[in-house]
Design a protein around this ligand. Structure first.
Ligand code: BGC
Length: 324
């Protein structure tokens, strides 16, 4: 009987332990370190960028990193020290500007097609990354793998996450680790993503681009997206309800797992009209805030850009939609 009461108490505590993540409002520093080489997609991270983010009111930056392009393909899969140094410089720059920073493994395409073949490579990368950053405090966050997809099934992904978390925990016992689920980490994947029972320093992550026909109209990398040109988002009841329902679902999953929740990416491509982009961005950010979900806008100064790197000015409607 005592055991049963104890278990019930634990369940209740577990369900209520969804604490507001200490990440709140973030910006993706996209198209820089996740390009094949930094600069090859037109963006090189400049010190002034992180200052602009901090001054505007963001508290963290998510920096996607294409480690795979700088890591040997043979065991022990050594990461190029020059690249590691550059990532460190970027992390230090965030610290200098009092921004928390999340780094991930982005565009590791081979693992999506051949998960078994490349899982040891991912594990080795994280072993090297977490060792390199072992002396950094917990304002540095890790996200194991951006947008798992293709042949990365729930089963394979969960085994992989369990393995990599153990590797990271050898050097960083309390660092927050974000985990995104299958199918490009869509909101529904929050239900199936593995979270270790005894580790509270885990953040469940999803990316949010719904309705996709609106956010990705005209995006060159999405087949058929030309047909969606002109799609608006004006905030009808029906449009809003889709978003609130999907967020409520994700919140429920985080509560059941007793961990924090974050949106790793959300944004609307520049082909959409600015008024719709701002209305959608504002709604998504506010609904996330209401639920204690940290959000990260995709992205800083490229084709979804909230900032114009040429004029060095924020795009006002987007900034005002993001930071209230
Ligand atoms: C990808 C970007 C893409 C964005 C929106 C990101 O995860 O890395 O290349 O622009 O999603 O589709």
């Amino acid at each position: 009987m005592k055991r049963l009461v104890f278990l019930l108490i634990m369940v209740v505590i577990g369900i209520n332990s969804f604490a507001e993540s200490n990440l709140k409002r973030g910006m993706n520093m996209g198209n820089a370190l996740e390009a094949p080489e930094e600069g090859s997609w037109g963006i090189t991270i400049e010190p002034e960028y992180f200052k602009a983010m901090k001054d505007a009111g963001f508290d963290y930056v998510r920096v996607p990193v294409r480690w795979d392009a700088h890591t040997s393909d043979k065991a022990p899969y050594k990461i190029d020290p020059v690249f590691m140094k550059r990532v460190k410089e970027v992390v230090d720059l965030a610290y200098k500007n009092n921004l928390k920073i999340l780094i991930n493994v982005h565009h590791f395409d081979s693992i999506m097609y051949e998960p078994d073949k490349y899982s040891e490579k991912l594990n080795s990368m994280w072993n090297q990354i977490s060792t390199a950053f072992k002396d950094y405090d917990n304002n540095l966050y890790f996200e194991i793998l951006n947008e798992p997809k293709e042949n990365m099934s729930v089963g394979k992904l969960n085994i992989l996450y369990e393995k990599v978390i153990k590797t990271i925990r050898k050097t960083s016992t309390e660092r927050k680790i974000a985990l995104g689920g299958i199918f490009w980490s869509n909101f529904a994947s929050t239900a199936t993503t593995f979270v270790p029972k005894d580790d509270k320093n885990i953040i469940l992550l999803f990316n949010y681009y719904n309705p996709f026909e609106f956010t990705h109209q005209g995006a060159s990398w999405v087949d058929g997206s030309g047909d969606w040109e002109g799609t608006t988002w004006i905030g009808t009841e029906e449009e809003k309800q889709r978003i609130t329902k999907e967020f409520d679902f994700a919140v429920e999953q985080a509560k059941l797992k007793g961990v924090d929740l974050m949106i790793g990416e959300f944004g609307a491509y520049s082909d959409a009209d600015m008024k719709s982009r701002a209305t959608w961005t504002d709604f998504v950010a506010r609904e996330a805030e209401k639920r204690g979900i940290a959000w990260t806008y995709w992205e800083f100064c490229s084709s979804f850009g909230a900032y114009d790197a040429f004029s060095k000015e924020w795009r006002k409607p987007l900034l005002e939609a993001l930071i209230k």
